[in-house]
Ligand binder design. Sequence first.
Ligand code: FES
Length: 105
Amino acid sequence: MSETEHRVCKVADVPVGKIRRFEIDGRAIAIYNIAGAFYATDDTCTHGLASLSEGELDGDVVECSLHFGAFHVPTGMPAGAPCSVPLKVYRTEVRDGEISIFRTA
Ligand code: FES
């Protein structure tokens, strides 16, 4: 399986404890800074049409702002009802002060 790298933003664009939303090829991606480590998931909640970047980060769990379901960010696994479908996660890499994500073809 081949991976495509997408440069998303600068490290400084996503402060510690924050979530930011970016569009990559028309797909909304959320970038998280959890204690200085960067993670990426789809931005759209699997329960509804909410943007997870508008949710709250509590440790490594993001709480959706619409119905307060939750996901474990590093794995995308549901961590609170009503979310039951895992969130797609992307491998990230930091190089030269920029964050990249990798999508599999
Ligand atoms: Fe996210 Fe319902 S849309 S919990």
